[in-house]
Write a protein that binds this ligand. Structure first.
Ligand code: PLP
Length: 493
């Protein structure tokens, strides 16, 4: 029998290794000694460097684990309800790339939700896969896109029986989680795996107020950013695998291709500790964060700001076809005077940094490290902002949804992805681009969901959303003209 969940095998190995005081004639070059003589950088880094070792006989190898890493991965699989878990040092980005590369050969088809993170699109490009991009269903209350509905997935699978899998992203950036169980059943009836980018949901299933995880809902593969909501270091993530439909060795091989051959041990140790915390503390680990959210929600009626989703309790709440993550607080100005970006700036000026903003909403992300008093700080800032921003004479209006439309629309034709789309292109003013085919990416960041990908036909709805992002001065990545006055389109239209 292996170790039990109270243990943290990678941390134990690193502690023992640091204690053994051997002289290092191996990488890394710092030899576990801080050598930065700037300010107090040496003091700050010294504790980290002791664990920053390389792959040796006793430290193990992430790509062929047989020792503490293998044990840590086994304990993680047990904890997260998987048959096999791989620790990731390249974020969910690495997991998403491997998930797609391990599932689709060049030219093979995947059914993919359109409002996916760019790492999913990059995976499709690297794999030279074809994809049917299904629009998500739109939540009526918030106007936000969640996942495609089960009927759309079933229809797509019936129309494209050659599909190798279905790729969804749940929860979305706003903490809205689709109901995955019916979709995993439809996938399995068709003999294909359900692959879920669950980057924002590594805490799911660990408290009765939290939605269930993709693994619990029958997914075959899921990718989680443990650094986003749990206590792992940034870039720490996990890929979980269940069942026999997925070719696990193909996924492992893809991970070897996309991840460093010198993975960071402090990062791996942080994943080990994040898993151990869930094992030892269970649902109690989330009580302080849930209490912080409760305090904000209690105070919201004194302000102009309202939250999306259930208002009167701390629970995850249930929308039409989805559930809310109670640790994501999505606020808007009920009087419509401040858009999401201005609320974000107002909060920042009052010492509270939000996770993301768009034309309507600001997203406040709580996590396993949040404390009840964080909620007090936020509600105080919101009260102050509410009082201070009352002078605006902008007409209150309910903005049109920023999400992609669809849900039950017709199943789109497949798109062939490739790394280089080639073809001659030109730059045209944004307002004259409708009907043309995009030759570049346009990605507001965050959330990092492409509004436009090379090869996509520009329609009125896309133009409206791009104009909105432009108006709000969002941070646009991928575009030749980030001010979005112009967009690059193919000549041969
Ligand atoms: C939905 C989604 N998937 C994947 C990622 C990539 O995660 P990571 O930053 O851990 O690489 C993100 C990052 O924000 C995301 O929002």
């Amino acid at each position: 029998m292996g170790m039990t969940g109270e243990r943290a095998p990678i941390c134990e190995m690193l502690t023992a290794y640091a204690g053994s005081r051997r002289t290092a004639f191996h990488v890394p070059g710092h030899k576990q000694r801080a050598a930065w003589h700037v300010g107090n950088a040496d003091e700050r880094y010294q504790p980290l460097l002791e664990w920053d070792v390389t792959e040796l006989d006793d430290t193990d190898d992430l790509h062929h684990p047989t020792g503490p890493i293998a044990e840590a991965q086994r304990l993680a699989a047990e904890c997260f309800g998987a048959d096999e878990t791989r620790l990731l040092v390249g974020g969910s980005t690495a997991g998403n790339l491997a998930m797609i590369l391990g599932t689709a050969e060049p030219g093979e088809l995947l059914i993919v939700q359109r409002n996916a993170h760019r790492s999913i699109f990059h995976g499709l490009m690297l794999a030279s896969a074809r994809a049917v991009l299904l629009p998500p269903e739109i939540d009526r209350e918030s106007g936000l896109g969640v996942i495609p509905n089960v009927q759309a997935v079933a229809k797509a699978l019936a129309r494209y029986p050659e599909a190798r899998g279905v790729v969804l992203s749940s929860p979305n950036y706003y903490g809205m989680a689709g109901r995955l169980r019916p979709i995993s059943e439809v996938c399995h009836a068709a003999g294909v795996p359900l692959l879920v980018d669950e980057a924002h949901g590594p805490h799911f299933g660990f408290h009765p107020d939290l939605p269930p995880s993709a693994m619990q809902e029958g997914a075959d593969l899921s990718v989680q950013s443990a650094h986003k909501m749990l206590s792992a270091l940034t870039m720490g993530a996990m890929l979980h695998m269940r069942g026999t439909i997925v070719n696990r060795e193909a996924v492992r091989q893809a991970l070897r291709m996309v991840q460093s051959s010198s993975p960071s041990f402090p990062l791996l140790a942080s994943l080990d500790l994040a898993r151990r915390q869930l094992h030892v503390e269970g649902s109690k680990a989330f009580e302080p964060a849930l209490e912080a959210v409760r305090r904000v929600k209690e105070g919201l009626p004194d302000t102009r700001f309202r939250s999306v989703g259930p208002r009167n309790d701390s629970g995850s709440g249930v929308g039409d076809g989805f559930r809310y993550d109670p640790l994501k607080l999505v606020l808007h100005d009920a009087e419509g005077r401040l858009d999401g970006f201005r609320i974000r700036d107002g909060l920042s000026a009052r010492g509270c940094e939000a996770e993301m903003a768009d034309a309507r909403y600001v997203v406040l992300a709580f996590g396993i490290g949040s404390r009840p008093e964080d909620g007090d700080a936020l509600i105080e800032a919101l009260r102050d902002l509410s009082a201070d921003s009352g002078r605006s004479d902008r007409t209150p209006e309910r903005p049109r949804p920023m999400a992609m439309d669809g849900g039950t629309a017709d199943i789109p034709e497949p798109v062939q992805f490739r790394r280089d789309r080639g073809g001659r292109s030109e730059s045209v003013p944004l307002e004259r681009s409708v009907g043309r085919t995009a030759a570049e990416w346009i990605i507001p960041y965050p959330p990092g969901i492409p509004e436009l990908y090379p090869g996509e036909k520009i329609n009125e709805a896309i133009l409206y959303r791009l104009a909105e992002w432009k108006k709000q001065g969002a941070n646009i990545q991928g575009a030749e003209d980030p001010s979005l006055r112009s967009v690059r389109v193919f000549l041969a239209d």
